[in-house]
Design a protein around this ligand. Structure first.
Ligand code: NOJ
Length: 575
């Protein structure tokens, strides 16, 4: 582990474990902490710096753990606090940091506070910890406003009062099993500071903060017309009453200050879906969070001009507020990039048998490998999602009856939702459930093709996606690519994305014709090269023997003053 005080997160590669689909030790078909512990040496072998665990806290699992009933305990499905402590110790012993998922926007309906709210009267302190309101209409039979759930349908649910009469409504920006907290209530703020302390005291290295844009709702909670095609980033929805209200930043300043009282560089990472990099950068201003997911990058199509624009914009917007840019291509909410990069942009509804366009299996692997080869050479921090290192595609043929994402149910199957990227991952080609679970159980069915992607098979194949990731991660570390600046190379044509980072030149070919590579030693390539030519949808890292960093190398999107700031900021960093 790099030394305390090194701000390790500025260049870290953070691997997302989606615990229910990672590794199952208990044999019930759902992954668990003991399973993750058994596989920890595989993570060390991959060469990552940290792990982010999607939620494993006590939960009825209506939204796969993003509906928390007890923030200070592990759900029995995943194990015990002792299992977590064992994982944490084993990770730290291997130099791997551990970030946990915190879900502060809403709890589960099974949280003790929500039960108390249901049992209490309108206007009571118990109700005031959530967002209860009287309904509209003569008898309160209409929801208080027109807000819609992100998962489809109204964002309000009516309750029955303790005396059995139809009663107030509560807000749920997600599923009706996920009531939103009232973050204007100081009791809620105190409770979350205490929850943060609980996990910090256990030794976690930080938190990924769910729905970090949404905790505060605009005073009055008036109707809001979502613009058409608003999409998950709230594009063209700058006036959203639950996205980026100014008071939300006070909360993170308080959290930042709390984390700063602990040793070891603990971090906060914002899951904030906002329309632009500049807006997202507001979450990572000095004294707030440390990182924010770069969803603008994730949503960018396989197009060199669009990628150059979003990378340039990110490397301007985040360092401008003193934060590193981050990069991400896949997670548990989006179509896996080995499939998505073959699809038109703006795919956030999942994919299934009735989708109008389904890329052929394997057709997107070359692009996925090239995209990762570009991403892991970018300055800043990168997030990987379990299974992408195996080249896993989205599973597109999950039977309707097996689907578990609430989006699918809440839209009567109109939106497939996210199950296709959450299928348990393969470890051993010849084992039951591909080694995911010794019993052969798997909470979502694994496709037959999973065996070919199994980790043991890929580890033995020098050309596998796993070995590409291992090489890229080792070389990224060796060349310190995460703490640096990028210099664009301009003269290679419209179908090419090329840049320098320290002594590495990265070239990606988006055109149909093979591209001659610049001279130098090939450090890594996402696919086979032919006579030092780069085929279509392929990217390579070339050691050019020490290209100086600076505007004089040409094509720099950064003016010198900014560049000097950046160099001072990233410099060589403290190692
Ligand atoms: C974002 C999480 O990533 C997603 O999986 C979840 O459904 C929503 N937030 C609600 O917590």
């Amino acid at each position: 582990m790099s030394a305390a005080g090194s701000e390790w997160w500025r260049e870290a590669v953070i691997y997302q474990i989606y615990p229910r689909s990672f590794a199952d030790a208990s044999g019930d078909g759902v992954g668990d902490l003991a399973g993750a512990l058994r596989r920890i040496d595989d993570l060390a072998d991959l060469g990552i710096d940290a792990v982010w665990f999607s939620p494993f806290m006590r939960s009825p699992q209506h939204d796969a753990g993003y509906d928390v009933a007890d923030y200070r305990d592990i759900d029995p499905l995943f194990g015990t606090l002792a299992d977590f402590d064992a994982f944490l110790a084993a990770a730290h012993a291997r130099g791997i940091r551990v970030i946990v998922d915190l879900v502060p926007n809403h709890s589960s309906v099974e949280h003790a506070w929500f039960r108390e709210a249901l049992a209490a009267a309108p206007g009571s302190p118990e109700r005031d910890r959530y967002l209860f309101q009287d309904g509209r209409g003569a008898h309160g039979e209409l929801p208080p406003n027109n807000w819609e759930s992100e998962f489809g349908g109204s964002a309000w649910e009516r309750i029955e009062e303790p005396d059995g009469t139809p009663g107030q409504w509560y807000l749920h920006l997600f599923d009706s099993s996920q009531p939103d907290f009232n973050w204007r209530n100081p009791v809620v703020r105190e409770e979350f500071l205490s929850i943060l302390r609980f996990w910090l005291d256990r030794g976690v290295d930080g938190f990924r903060v769910d729905v970090a844009h949404g905790l505060i709702k605009k005073e009055g909670m008036a109707d809001h017309q979502k613009p058409e095609n608003a999409g998950p980033m709230g594009s063209r929805d700058d006036l959203s009453p639950y996205r980026g209200q100014p008071e939300v930043h006070e909360i993170y300043r308080e959290w930042h200050d709390l984390l700063a009282t602990y040793d070891g560089d603990r971090v906060l990472c914002a899951e904030a879906w906002l329309p632009t990099s500049d807006k997202t950068a507001l979450w990572v201003r000095s004294g707030e969070m440390h990182q924010a997911f770069n969803f603008a990058y994730l949503m960018t199509a396989w197009d060199p001009a669009a990628l150059r624009e979003v990378i340039t914009d990110s490397l301007r917007a985040y360092p401008a507020v003193g934060a590193p840019a981050t990069w991400v291509l896949s997670n548990h909410d989006v179509i896996r990039h080995a499939t998505r990069l073959m699809m038109p942009p703006d795919q956030d509804d999942g994919i299934g048998p009735r989708s109008p366009f389904i890329p052929a299996e394997g057709s997107g692997l070359a692009r996925a490998r090239a995209a990762t080869t570009i991403m892991l050479a970018l300055p800043g921090s990168a997030y990987l999602y379990q299974g992408e290192e195996l080249g896993l595609p989205e599973v597109v043929d999950i039977p309707d009856a097996d689907r578990q994402d609430p989006t699918f149910a809440r839209t009567a199957g109109r939106r497939y939702g996210r199950d296709g990227c959450r299928v348990p991952i393969p470890w051993e080609a010849d084992a039951p459930a591909c080694g995911f679970s010794a019993s052969g159980e798997s909470w979502l069915p694994q496709p037959a093709s999973w065996a070919a992607h199994a980790r043991d098979a890929e580890r033995a194949d020098p050309r596998s996606t796993l070995n590409l990731y291992r090489r890229l991660l080792a070389e990224r570390r060796e060349h310190r690519l995460g703490r640096s600046v990028l210099v664009w190379v301009d003269d290679m044509g419209d179908d090419v994305l090329a840049f320098h980072n320290r002594d590495v030149t990265v070239v990606a070919n988006f055109g149909a014709e093979p591209l001659p590579l610049p001279s130098g030693t090939v450090i890594a390539a996402s696919g086979p090269l032919v006579d030092h030519h780069l085929p279509t949808d392929t990217a390579a890292w070339i050691d050019t023997g020490g290209v100086p960093i600076g505007p004089e190398t040409g094509g720099v999107p950064i003016v010198r003053a900014d560049l000097e700031d950046l160099l001072e900021h990233y410099g060589d960093g403290a190692a």
